[in-house]
Write a protein that binds this ligand. Structure first.
Ligand code: NAP
Length: 305
């Protein structure tokens, strides 16, 4: 698909892409760069790329597709450095979880003869780093592409095909709309998980041991989400402020309404509410975006004898 692909950053997303690119033979050559020597060594040991470069300037040299896979708030600075070294006709993309901020911080640096096509694979785990990646990460997940108004068709379609080969389903969205949708489906849920786990941590009436030992499914799932990459999420919230605060405001109103229903004993309101939310879960399972197996398909732990 591309003669030479360049990945900047070697964490969960980039290493998963690298596994997929090798598995499906998408590029003749795959090169990478990441800021720390330690991560560069791990990436080499795992054979993630054909060649690990020592600088940003070197990694983009002659590349037909360059993908930014570092935290979103680093993109602007990286784009500024690589811009003069990008190959004419190349496609510059990214995997950032936020899109308007990325367009604002990257687009001004991109030369006129390079196609900037932002993207966001909706796939991840709570693990980070080069060892966390696996080729199947994107399979049956969505990848949202947010082309610029002046993006030519060919590079956009080629990038879409690239994600399809990695197993994703592709859709197109306008960047601001993407940020609002993701605030609802991902960013605010993460913030709620962080705050719920933080609340339990502050609850001195229940000892920490009890919180961990007796963690019920609900709390356990919050802890999984709240274990997500701190730098990545710091960047997401600061870069998607408006949509996050908008959805957070609506969430707070819903919470107050549920709080009132509980205080005043409005059981019918609670039942109707929970039936509605249950149908949303059903829709997600029917759309193939999660398993319908009990306990999210977790394998029950062996009974200790
Ligand atoms: P990750 O596993 O933590 O990897 C981050 C990579 O970025 C590492 O190679 C790290 O380099 C590098 N990096 C970190 N800070 C940097 C800085 N200040 N300057 C230059 N490089 C830096 O992260 P990830 O989960 O792959 O996320 C990468 C991108 O994918 C983010 O933009 C995120 O928004 C997006 N994304 C993540 C998920 C998810 O669930 N994780 C899902 C979709 C999209 P060193 O190791 O060398 O320090």
């Amino acid at each position: 698909m591309y003669d030479k692909i360049s990945l900047i950053g070697m964490g969960l997303i980039a290493s998963s892409m690298a596994h997929g690119i090798h598995r499906h033979g998408i590029a003749r050559s795959l090169v990478g760069y990441t800021r720390s020597q330690q991560t560069r060594e791990v990436a080499c040991e795992l054979g993630l790329v054909d060649h690990m470069c020592n600088s940003l300037e070197e990694v983009v040299e002659d590349a037909d597709l360059v993908v930014l896979c570092t935290p979103v708030r680093t993109f602007g600075q990286i784009a500024r450095i690589i811009a003069p070294h990008l190959k004419p006709g190349a496609t510059l993309s990214d995997v950032g979880s936020v899109k308007s901020y990325v367009v604002k911080s990257v687009a001004p640096h991109v030369p006129a003869n390079v196609h900037f096509v932002p993207g966001h694979p909706l796939a991840g785990t709570e693990h980070s780093g080069p060892r966390a990646g696996f080729a199947e990460l994107f399979v049956n997940r969505w990848c949202l592409i947010t082309p610029l108004a002046n993006s030519p068709k060919e590079p956009v379609e080629r990038l879409a095909e690239f994600w399809r080969i990695l197993g994703a389903q592709v859709d197109y969205m306008e960047p601001t709309h993407h940020d609002l949708v993701l605030a609802v489906t991902s960013h605010v849920p993460h913030l709620i998980a962080y705050s719920m786990v933080g609340t339990a941590d502050h609850l001195h009436r229940v000892s920490k041991t009890e919180v961990i030992q007796y963690s019920a499914a609900g709390f356990r799932d919050f802890t999984r989400i709240a274990a997500s990459n701190p730098t990545m999420w710091h960047d997401v919230f600061l870069s998607n402020k408006e949509a996050t605060l908008d959805i957070l405001g609506r969430f707070t109103e819903e919470l107050f309404s549920l709080q009132r229903a509980i205080r005043t004993g409005q059981g019918d309101q609670l039942l109707e509410y929970f039936q509605r939310t249950r149908s949303i879960r059903k829709g997600i399972v029917e759309a193939g975006q999660d398993t319908g197996a009990p306990d999210f398909g977790r394998i029950p732990r062996q009974q200790e004898t």
